[in-house]
Ligand binder design. Structure first.
Ligand code: HEM
Length: 195
């Protein structure tokens, strides 16, 4: 099995669990609900992206995969001020021991761009948004397949390296869990900012 196949198998139940717990159709049914969900994603990406960038140490690969600017732009479009966005709660800062661990965590965030296409189309239709306000869910847009294939190819360069595979699998499952807890906790917007 390739590392991608192993990650997919190891996180299949976590994906289903997140889909079930997220209840995304209900959460994005109102504009305020959609903004609150984006605010949660903003917190998560604010905590994870610096650590991912450091551990990957490859600006050409990582740069187009950053999604914090898109989240900030969407939140601004939905009426939040810059200072409010900067002050949004976020989980504690994380670190990755090496690039393999970062690839495992990034698997979760890059994979979310796949289902995100379906969710983005739904939100666009419900709230009358085209590009502005929908940048996070549009993500790589027409490049989604290309970006996903390039990500998988890089991931699978680690296949067969037992230590790298273990690090990626551990980080992938931990990131899925952390994301579910962060997105689904009641009242995250009222919790103190840490990290
Ligand atoms: C933030 C929440 C989510 C995360 C982190 C996430 C993560 C992922 C990951 C990692 C993959 C890649 C699977 C693979 O290796 O092939 C994926 C694929 C996918 N996800 Fe999600 N997902 C999320 C929410 C959802 C939701 C709510 C839906 C329901 C619409 C969904 C539908 C899909 C679909 C349709 C695919 C493509 C499956 C395929 O092409 O084989 N996801 N997601």
């Amino acid at each position: 099995m390739s590392l991608h196949q192993r990650l997919r198998a190891a996180t299949a139940s976590a994906h289903q669990g997140l889909e079930d717990a997220l209840d995304w159709r209900l959460r994005v049914a109102t504009r305020d609900g959609y903004r609150d969900l984006l605010a949660r994603f903003h917190g998560f990406h604010a905590a994870y992206e610096p650590a991912l960038g450091d551990a990957l140490a490859d600006a050409a690969f990582w740069g187009p995969r950053r999604r914090l600017p898109a989240l900030a732009a969407d939140l601004a479009h939905l009426g939040m001020r810059e200072a409010e966005i900067a002050a949004l709660p976020r989980p504690s800062a994380v670190t990755f021991s090496d690039a393999a661990a970062a690839m495992g965590a990034l698997y979760v965030l890059e994979g979310s761009t796949l289902g995100g296409q379906v969710i983005g189309r739904h939100i666009g239709a419900v709230h009358g948004l085209a590009d502005a306000g929908l940048a996070y869910y549009r993500a790589h847009g027409r490049q989604t397949g290309v970006m996903w294939n390039a990500f998988r190819a890089r991931l699978d360069r680690l296949s067969g390296d037992a230590e790298a595979e273990a690090a990626a699998l551990a980080a992938g499952t931990a990131t899925f869990d952390a994301l579910r807890i962060w997105l689904c906790a009641p009242e995250a917007s009222a919790s103190p900012r840490t990290g």
